[in-house]
Design a protein around this ligand. Structure first.
Ligand code: BGP
Length: 475
């Protein structure tokens, strides 16, 4: 099947709020992501319709402790190194660096924490890939000016970027400006700290916030290149093609439109301008988005160097879905695809969809791609010795790596690396559960918060180690 390129960045991915814990230690301020409870109200909070700007009695907040990587990072990075990781994707918690988002000075303790973490990566020859914002928005910015609904957020973000670009110059060269930037349309509070007032035009507000993020992303790209020409900056999309339910042209058109709602962000970040279909939509709906000439210039002159994305599943849609019966999954609605099996959480498993997604993205943008999330969320049951034999996870990853190799070797897609999600078990973003696990490393903690936090190697740990050692030949 051919080989993957030399220097291919094998690794794994995490996000600060889902693994670090210690959310009030080291001078860290609170953020939206700390205030999303586990349980039935989680989804309403993530959507911004149930306001929860403080910890309320009777709820549990899984991000408070998570897997306490804040105190375990040396041990965890040593385990990643044992698997042979070439790259570790992590995010910086914005409010560890600027506790309120608009503070005069950065928080030195927060800066030192990530410095130690990056040094630990380099000790093992592991390249950090840093997500600047993985959903987090400082709480004080939400309260003061409504987070990304306001242009003021761009200045706060750029101040934070400048601090980390300067401080970590030479230690970090791969940056992602926003995790799953299209998620602002689906889970606006979780993804961007957006709340809605009664009667507010929610869709308009989301596109206003999106515009501010897009301008911030372009300005950060510019700044990263100026501070260190070695820096490479990527955008990040929650990907997965929409398939039409049937060959009815109306279904095909519906699928194209759903894809465009996601591509919109990458069209701007990679091609440097609002695509015509988006301009028309904004005009038709009468959205008052302040797109200045200066914004247009900034967007045009500062496109990303590479395109990264998460892929868990393809999606399915129809013009008249009621004909077929709707099934929803994840934050994006999808119908049930009769050709696919699904995970325990209903996420449909489609390795070929990864090959299709890789090809679609490369056809559209012709920039190097990076798969920065992929994996199977599953319930793991340790045996009496605490060992997890997760063949189901190995099967999922093997099939996806095969599809990825086909895209590279048979279709010619340039791919920089592969960092499967939750390489160590961590808190699920969509459900807040611990039992939805992705890791090669098991963490002893359950949904009620009990457990020793002990780390242990699953069967997939040894398997992935061989995959990396053989550069993807031995699957
Ligand atoms: C993506 C997010 C991650 C991660 C992943 C898996 O949307 O970027 O933060 O959590 O999905 O989703 P979940 O944790 O809901 O299973």
């Amino acid at each position: 099947m051919g080989c993957l390129p030399e220097g291919f960045l094998w690794g794994g991915a995490t996000a600060a709020n889902q693994c670090e814990g210690a959310c009030q230690e080291g001078g860290r301020g609170l953020a939206n992501v700390d205030l999303i409870p586990a349980g039935p109200e989680r989804i309403a909070v993530m959507r911004g319709v149930r306001k929860m700007l403080k910890w309320e009695d009777g709820y549990t907040y899984p991000g408070q402790e998570a897997i306490d990587m804040y105190h375990h990072f040396k041990e965890d990075i040593a385990l990643f190194a044992e698997m042979g990781f070439k790259c570790y994707r992590l995010s910086i918690a914005w409010s560890r660096i600027y506790p309120n988002g608009f503070d005069e000075e950065p928080n030195e303790e927060g800066l030192r924490f990530y410095e130690a973490l990056f040094d630990e990566c380099h000790k093992y020859g592991m390249e950090p890939l840093v997500t600047i914002v993985h959903f987090d928005a400082p709480l004080a910015c939400i309260k003061k000016f409504g987070s990304w609904k306001s242009r003021q957020m761009i200045d706060c973000y750029l101040k934070y970027c400048e601090t980390i670009f300067r401080r970590y110059k030479g230690k970090v060269k791969y940056w992602l400006t926003f995790n799953e930037i299209n998620m602002v349309l689906h889970l606006p509070f979780m993804a961007a700290g957006i709340l809605f007032e009664e009667g507010e035009n929610e869709e308009e507000s989301k596109y206003i916030a999106a515009h501010h993020e897009l301008v911030a992303s372009a300005l950060a790209t510019k700044m990263a290149h100026e501070i260190d020409p070695e820096n490479q900056v990527g955008c990040m999309l929650a990907a997965g093609r929409f398939y039409p339910y049937s060959c009815d042209p109306e279904d095909v058109f519906a699928a194209m439109e759903k894809d465009r709602a996601n591509y919109f962000f990458i069209d701007v970040q990679s091609r440097g301008k609002y695509p015509n279909y988006a301009r028309k939509m904004i005009e038709r709906k009468g959205f008052a988005i302040d797109i200045t000439q200066e914004d247009e210039k900034v967007l045009a002159e500062n496109t990303v160097d590479f395109i990264s994305f998460s892929y868990y599943s393809s999606r399915l849609t129809a013009a008249h879905s009621e004909k077929y019966g709707e099934a929803s999954q994840n934050a994006m609605e999808s119908m049930r695809n009769p050709y696919l099996k699904a995970s325990e959480w209903g996420w449909q498993i489609d390795p070929m969809g990864l090959r299709i997604t890789l090809n679609s993205l490369y056809d559209r943008y012709q920039k190097p791609l990076f798969i920065v999330e992929n994996g199977l969320g599953a319930v793991d049951k340790p045996d009496e010795n605490g060992f997890v034999d997760d063949q189901y996870r190995i099967d999922y990853l093997r099939a996806h790596i095969k599809a990825m190799k086909q895209a590279v070797n048979e279709d010619g897609v340039p791919l920089m690396g592969y960092t499967p999600w939750g390489c160590i078990d961590l808190v699920s973003a969509s459900t807040g559960e611990m039992k939805k696990r992705y890791g090669f490393i098991y963490v002893d903690k359950d949904d009620s918060g009990k457990g020793t936090l002990k780390r242990s190697r699953k069967a997939s740990f040894e398997w992935y180690k061989k995959v990396i050692a053989s550069n993807g030949e031995e699957l």
